[in-house]
Design a binder for this molecule. Structure first.
Ligand code: NAP
Length: 324
């Protein structure tokens, strides 16, 4: 993908952290929009957006930012999506597309949907890409390359609007998939939400165990603990909201997980080597298959972007855990 004629005239970004900041950088680098107007809840972040040059205009409020925008992307914690939609609803332009990036879809649709007026296309989305860093400085243009962006449009949304938004994400190098919000929430509970919960748990377990010292954990963590628990460094606000808003799917997956863990616990207690070996062999085959599924496609032309990742790129084998 190379630079192209703008897909939208005016892009309004409500919330500019890791995700909003990455959208701003990618849209700018690829000239996907004519004008970017951005806003954030706090004055320091609005100042930082201006300092980093992430937008053409920095608005003081979400209501001001969306005026005349033909694409609005809300990138705030899930629990804040409803209040933001209430604020922007009356100011949205007829024919505009409104989307979000929340890691849970059912509750976000329930919270935002009622505030989106008729004649505005509401197409919720979730770029399955991220890092454990937050804030406008953490964003980078390449974040979405070769990652999935899941759109969960409610029934009856205009097909051309869905296509326009799909093309926008594809231009970032993302692969777009469309599914129901309910299915999205179950898939993400398995692939992301429960793994994060387990990582948060094991960090606590390790540090609560008085038998092992903190310095021993740090010293020997390369043996699995460090990689496995990297995602426990993720933002607590975001993850609190995910578990508050994807309760049913997470409880369903956790129920199954607990059963599987009980099977393994029993095998360990009984010294049942055959069960352990067979299970590990089967799971290794599944895990290896997952890594092979990771396709690689050329990245868009971000050359002119002043947007090198501020952190080390994510090691591929753990990429599956980065998506929330
Ligand atoms: P972030 O870096 O922490 O940025 C959050 C943004 O939301 C900031 O602009 C912040 O404004 C604003 N904000 C925070 N609380 C708010 C509130 N109560 N009301 C209004 N605005 C508020 O977050 P992020 O990682 O970009 O995540 C944003 C969304 O993307 C979340 O819904 C998350 O589920 C989703 N997501 C995250 C990832 C990931 O890995 N991080 C991946 C995919 C999707 P101030 O700085 O001005 O306070």
């Amino acid at each position: 993908v190379t630079k192209q004629t703008p897909m939208f005239n005016r892009l309004a970004l409500i919330g500019v952290g890791l995700i909003g900041g990455s959208i701003a950088r990618a849209a700018r680098a690829l000239s996907l929009v004519e004008t970017i107007v951005a806003t954030s809840r706090s004055e320091p972040t609005r100042q930082r957006i201006a300092e980093l040059g992430l937008a053409d205009e920095v608005a003081d409020s979400a209501a001001d930012a969306v005026a005349d925008a033909d694409l609005v992307i809300v990138s705030v914690p899930i629990g804040a999506c409803g209040p933001v939609a209430r604020e922007i609803g009356p100011h949205l332009k007829l024919g505009a597309i409104v989307s979000d990036v929340g890691s849970v879809k059912g509750d976000v649709i329930a919270a935002m949907g009622p505030h989106i007026p008729p004649g505005v296309h509401f197409i919720p989305g979730h770029p399955v890409a991220g890092t454990e860093h937050s804030g406008p400085d953490a964003g980078f243009a390449e974040l979405f390359v070769n990652r999935w962006c899941i759109l969960t449009p409610p029934p009856n949304v205009d097909r051309r609007a869905i296509e326009r938004l799909s093309h926008f994400w594809e231009a970032f190098g993302a692969n777009v998939e469309i599914m129901s919000a309910e299915h999205h929430d179950l898939v993400l509970a398995v692939t992301s939400h429960v793994p994060h919960l387990i990582a948060y748990t094991i960090v606590g377990t390790a540090f609560d165990l008085r038998l092992v010292t903190e310095s021993e954990i740090l010293k020997y963590s390369a043996s699995g603990f460090r990689d496995f628990t990297r995602i426990a460094a993720s933002d607590p606000t975001m993850w609190r909201d995910i578990f508050l808003h994807n309760k049913d799917a997470v409880l369903e997956v956790l129920g199954r997980f607990n059963e599987d863990l009980a099977t393994l616990t029993r095998a360990v207690r009984r010294g049942d080597g055959e069960t352990l070996f067979n299970l590990f062999a089967e799971r290794r085959a599944i895990r290896r298959g997952m890594v092979q599924l990771d396709s690689g496609k050329p990245a868009p032309d971000f050359q002119s972007a002043e947007s090198k990742p501020p952190h080390d790129p994510i090691p591929r084998p753990y990429a599956a855990f980065d998506d929330d």
